[in-house]
Design a protein around this ligand. Structure first.
Ligand code: KG4
Ligand code: ZN
Length: 335
């Protein structure tokens, strides 16, 4: 079964054709990141306009890269939640009209479910159940993936997502947007013990996390140094920050897997590309005899192939929609 998938929930416009949830026939992405970098973060109105400008051409390219015609697909899938509402609406409107004109089923896909499904592409042998750490720009979740369409959130951030903290930290260090990959690269030359940053703990909710205190600590540290005219050791602050994020995520991820007796952990979302997080998880998983699944960095960030992968399993469970499908800015993964 071939599915055309459309993704437009944030600042990447993407189209892909995926066969049977695991095989990518084409995967086209246009990132607007450079445009938003001018403003230090995503400007929703600009994101929507750019999606409108390029969604049709990207879809054409997805077909030509796959070497198939429009009528060769069996369904049209689209990210409908969660995300920037204006941005989502562009993809949803486009996918609805395409599905209607081709007389194909329409499959709505939850963006975070899609991030998890990136693992099905990277690891054809991976099947639920498993524990998934989802760490993206907007979400930090520990999810028990019971089945392809059945999820339970075991832990989550109480405030900012880890990715949000990475981006703010990069902004205050003046190293640009999006900041995660830049902090990651900078941290490699730093001393992770140089700056003392806070580790939050939520009483009575051991698997929940918090990153806003960490984010504020980095901002305050940078501002104080600026006022005193002191030089910040940016690589060491980046390294100390990565260490603090790993300290928040890694032990909870291991605990969540053990809690539900899972011997497999998959990683998803843009922050999953972080090299320190990967190294720490690898070390812990090895000593706990847990098998770890890291999708390649190219599948960690927003893309439409992951949406096409999840769409296949949603379709098998008859989770299709009509032309009254609407976009939703917020929606939990376990809806
Ligand atoms: O999943 P994603 O592409 O988009 C959302 O759905 O949010 O995640 C984007 C986030 C951004 O916050 C970006 O800074 C972060 O992922 N990111 C990283 C790295 N690469 C991207 N964070 C830490 N280390 C990285 N190497
Ligand atoms: Zn995402």
């Amino acid at each position: 079964m071939k599915i055309l998938a459309i993704e437009s929930s944030c600042d990447e416009t993407a189209a892909a054709i995926v066969e049977d949830g695991r095989r990518v026939l084409s995967n086209v992405i246009y990132s607007q990141a450079d445009m938003h970098a001018l403003y230090g973060g995503v400007v929703p109105e600009i994101a929507s306009r750019k999606h409108i400008e390029c969604i049709a051409a990207l879809t054409e390219k997805a077909f030509s890269d796959a070497g198939i015609e429009k009528n060769d697909i069996d369904a049209v899938a689209v990210t409908y939640a969660p995300g920037l509402i204006g941005a989502l609406l562009v993809g949803v409107g486009f996918a609805k009209s395409l599905a209607f004109s081709l007389d194909k089923p329409l499959v709505p896909v939850h963006h975070i479910r899609g991030h998890i499904a990136a693992n099905y592409i990277a690891f054809p042998e991976l099947t639920p159940p498993f524990l998934c750490l989802v760490a993206s720009g907007g979400h930090t979740l520990l999810v028990d993936v019971k089945d392809y369409t059945s999820f339970e959130i075991l832990g989550s951030t109480r405030d900012d997502a880890a990715g949000e903290a990475f981006d703010k930290c990069a902004r205050v260090l003046g190293i640009g947007y999006p900041g995660g990959a830049k902090i990651d690269a900078l941290a490699k030359q730093g001393d992770k013990n140089k700056y003392k940053l806070p580790r939050a703990k939520i009483d009575g909710a051991e698997l929940d996390m918090s990153f806003s205190g960490l984010k504020t600590a980095v901002i305050n540290l940078a501002h104080r140094a600026e006022q005193l005219g002191e030089e910040i050791d940016k690589p060491s602050l980046a390294a100390s920050f990565c260490e603090a994020v790993c300290d928040a995520i890694v032990p909870r991820c291991m605990a969540a897997a053990k809690l539900n007796g899972r011997d497999k952990i998959a990683i998803a979302g843009g922050v999953a590309a972080n090299s320190f997080l990967r190294a720490r998880l690898e070390k812990e998983a090895k000593s706990s005899k847990i098998e770890l699944f890291f999708p390649p960095v190219s599948l960690c960030g927003d893309n439409a192939a992951m949406i096409g992968a999840q769409a296949y399993f949603e379709f098998l469970r008859k989770n299709t929609a009509g032309s009254d499908l609407n976009a939703r800015a917020t929606l939990s993964i376990d809806f």
